[in-house]
Design a protein around this ligand. Structure first.
Ligand SMILES: [Zn+2]
Ligand SMILES: [Zn+2]
Length: 824
């Protein structure tokens, strides 16, 4: 054994041994063992691992190794979310084919991951851009299609001029493209959608089942689904047969409606104003709207602007005529594009009414306000008593919501309605680098699904990448032209590809049977391994990826293809890696390269630092001093174990047990308990590691202060130290384990169990005072009573000597602390 901790030699050596011996090869579906599926979100192969990845996978690796040592049958896979725009953009920019670019990135990142020593079974690697994977993505799409959950429709969609493709609503952040930051515009296009709205209620209800998820993620999902209850109310336009339908969550304010606002782009607006004196002004207004983004239009900062369009609508409850306007803040794709104006009870409406001199009528009286004729200085949005509301006057407004809705239903004026913010998922992209949508179009038969035995629809490789704004697939004639599977006539292929979020909505199921070439997954294997016990990833996936995966799972369950309805039992969202207080990012230039860190200090040090610096959910501030500290600690462990091994042949075996030996045994078992609880119950790796550090400090003291040590107790302590270190610093622990003379990998050793009896602190040191002055110290059994203690102390020879010639007046014992003898 070398005296020096040489990670550069040790780490690659063990990585090779582990790989060659298939140490992490996933076992069979052993029914006698409890299974544990530990999953980290798979990366996009951008080219290089960053510290965020290292953190994510280090957390998962500790969990997987710990569970393996606890005796679980563990599945801990890794793969690549390999389709997507960056590959295509790189193709345009550098003239490399996306496939080549992606595969070489995967190779590089796999090498980097291997150098970090993560316990993945690479044999089960899944790569979404390979035909053996996307064949089944296509097949799954067809299952959705055949059950009516995938459909094509023309819609005003979000178009990113930068990425030259449509985006899902979820990918538009503050009016801009989530990926490139370009402002997103609206375009009318025929697009493919998945009917996630059919599952809105279940996706919401089942959030209750996610006991092992962070509350913040559950709240984000709940808000995204955005369920509301209210009423749909019909307003007829005076003098016409046109009816406007409005959705409101506040039917109790219906008597307070004093104006109605339409989205300027609604076709109805043009119809109502054509040929009227309002036409010109309305057209000008619409043109002005086209220069504003949706975000600007609805921002609370933006001045509300409106225009009367010459018509009145009739309030169905009281027959009152109210003016009809258009305004910047009403969007065509939000609800029905019509909003009722209730200025007394909505601040935005209040501001608008004040600006345009529209009537403000109070219909809910706040507590303590004498009457309904009070002049409001702002909208009143809370509860109260109904006024100015015909037969509903005097009712509590909460009660009136139900009564008014019921009344409207009886009279055919409106109906109770549940609304969701969630929209159907737009999945088609006008790009090349994605899974093809397996549909063909035939003049005779129309839209036809590609039959299962013709899957996969291969992505052609001979395409040209030019920044034309057109999908390269649409220009690839050999791809586009095909024959109709139904009639055999000429047909054209769908040239859109699927959103990559589809690929990542089912990869965790594919991991259960990654080599199955006759099905998307092997049922028996999925039944055994799913659901995932522990999922780990960044909170940026809290909505899209997790919601889509839950949706896929529910659809597959309904089709009886699987037998669980939530994919991820527990979720851990790890914090970010910061440097100088901000997230590490290339654009800020504050990144630290994992590769360089590993080259300088070794993988074990990098991992140990990351796990020690912060609890997993919190953000972690990168610190070079902290890395240095983790490195020094591993050296300290190394030297301790080294000196122990060196001493083994020199010292005689000792069987006597001294108080220091006892304390060593107690601390050994205390450390096992502390680390086990910290990992098991809370994933508090940082406190687990500090318990190891304290244990090491004690072992140095124990060694340095006791020339004679109990052999068995010391051996147990050193073995335990190396064993509990294994999940955190797998290479160093493996090397030390073998240096201690063991064969077989430490990573297959059973996790140590603590002996509760050993935890009892059974002896304590007390002081003996004479007239309040310390005269002696002694070790006594910890469970001695006050009387036992006093008697014991007085019987000791040393104390007897002290008492010679003195008269004892009183003896005062304080259990576990001291005995004071008063003499005269
Ligand atoms: Zn973009
Ligand atoms: Zn046909």
């Amino acid at each position: 054994m070398k005296e020096r901790y040489d990670f550069a030699e040790i780490e690659p050596k063990w990585q090779k041994t582990w790989e060659d011996s298939g140490l992490y090869r996933v076992g069979d579906e052993d029914q006698t063992k409890e299974k544990y599926y530990c999953l980290e979100m798979f990366p996009y192969p951008s080219g290089d691992l960053h510290m965020g990845h290292v953190r994510n996978y280090s957390i998962g690796d500790v969990v997987a190794r710990f569970k393996t040592m606890q005796g679980y049958n563990v599945l801990h896979p890794m793969g690549w979310d390999a389709f997507g725009l960056p590959a295509e953009n790189a193709a345009i920019k550098h003239g490399i084919h996306p496939f080549k670019w992606t595969i070489s990135n995967i190779e590089n990142m796999k090498r980097q991951l291997s150098r970090l020593g993560f316990s993945y079974d690479w044999d089960g690697q899944v790569t979404t851009c390979q035909p053996d994977y996307y064949k089944w993505t296509e097949w799954l799409f067809l299952q959705f299609y055949k059950s009516g959950l995938a459909y094509k429709k023309k819609a005003a969609v979000n178009w990113c001029p930068g990425c030259v493709t449509v985006l899902a609503n979820e990918q538009v952040v503050n009016g801009a493209c989530e990926r490139c930051g370009n402002e997103v515009i609206k375009k009318d296009l025929a697009q493919w959608f998945l009917k996630i709205t059919d599952y809105a209620q279940r996706l919401l209800d089942d959030i209750d089942k996610l006991q092992g998820w962070p509350d913040k993620v559950k709240i984000m999902q709940e808000n995204w689904i955005g369920r509301s209850e209210g009423a749909e109310v019909k307003f007829r336009i005076d003098g016409t047969d046109e009816v406007i339908t409005v959705y409101t969550t506040r039917p109790d304010t219906i008597y307070g409606v004093t104006f109605m606002v339409l989205a300027p782009e609604l076709p109805l607006v043009e119809k109502l104003t054509k040929g009227t004196p309002y036409e010109g002004a309305v057209q000008d207004f619409i043109r002005k709207m086209q220069t504003m983004s949706d975000i600007d239009r609805t921002s609370t900062e933006t001045e509300k602007e409106g225009l009367f369009i010459g018509q009145q609508v009739i309030n169905p409850m009281n027959g009152e005529k109210i003016p009809l306007l258009i305004a910047n803040y009403v969007l065509i794709d939000y609800g029905t594009g019509c909003v009722m104006g209730v200025p007394a009870h909505d601040q935005r409406d209040f501001d608008f009414a004040t600006k345009y001199g529209l009537q403000i009528r109070l219909v809910i009286l706040p507590e303590g306000v004498p009457d309904q004729y009070v002049q409001l200085t702002q909208a009143y949005e809370a509860e109260g008593i109904m006024v100015n509301s015909g037969p509903f006057d005097g009712q509590d407004n909460e009660e009136a919501i139900k009564n008014i809705t019921k009344y409207m239903e009886e009279k055919g004026l409106g109906s109770f309605q549940v609304n969701f913010r969630l929209r159907d998922w737009l999945i088609s992209r006008q790009r090349y680098w994605g899974a093809p949508i397996p549909i063909v179009y035939c003049d005779k038969c129309g839209e036809v699904a590609v039959p299962d035995d013709e899957l996969p629809v291969y992505l052609p490789t001979d395409v040209e990448f030019k920044p034309t704004g057109q999908s390269p697939l649409a220009e690839c004639e050999s791809f586009v032209n095909t024959t109709c599977p139904k009639c055999g006539g000429p047909a054209k292929r769908e040239t859109d590809t699927m959103d990559t979020f589809i690929c990542s909505s089912w990869y965790y199921i594919r991991y259960c049977s990654p080599h199955d070439d006759s099905a998307a997954f092997t049922r028996s294997k999925v039944d055994y391994w799913m659901p995932v016990e522990q999922y780990i990833g960044g909170v940026e996936h809290a909505i899209l990826h997790l919601l889509y995966s839950r949706f896929f799972t529910k659809v597959l369950k309904d089709q009886e293809l699987i037998d669980f309805d939530e994919p991820f039992t527990n979720l851990l969202t790890q914090g970010m890696v910061l440097k100088d207080g901000t997230k590490m990012s290339k654009s800020k230039g504050n990144t630290v390269s994992p590769e360089e860190t590993v080259a300088q200090y070794g993988a074990d040090t990098a991992r140990l630092f990351i796990l020690f610096a912060a609890p997993p959910e919190r953000d972690l501030e990168w610190s070079d001093a902290g890395v240095e500290g983790a490195y020094r600690f591993l050296n300290r462990v190394w030297r301790l174990v080294y000196s122990y091994i060196e001493g083994l042949n020199e010292t005689a075996k000792v069987e006597e047990v001294s108080p220091a030996d006892k304390e060593t045994r107690r601390l050994t078992h205390y450390t096992i308990k502390k680390i086990t609880d910290d990992i098991n119950l809370r994933f508090n790796f940082n406190t687990a590691i500090s318990a190891i550090m304290e244990f090491v400090n004690w072992l140095y003291l124990y060694r340095d202060k006791n020339t004679v040590r109990n052999s068995a107790i010391e051996a147990e302590a050193v073995n335990t130290l190396v064993t509990v270190l294994a999940p955190f610093a797998p290479h160093a622990a493996e090397e030390l384990w073998h240096e201690l003379g063991y064969t077989g990998s430490i990573h297959k050793q059973p996790w140590p169990k603590y002996d509760p009896a050993a935890l009892v602190q059974d002896e304590v040191e007390i002081v003996v005072q004479v007239n309040g002055k310390v005269r002696d110290r002694m070790i006594i059994p910890a469970d001695f009573s006050k009387e036992d203690m006093e008697k014991f102390v007085l019987e000791q020879d040393g104390v007897k000597k002290l008492m010679e010639g003195q008269q004892i007046v009183k003896v005062v014992g304080v259990p576990k602390k001291l005995v004071n003898i008063v003499v005269k």
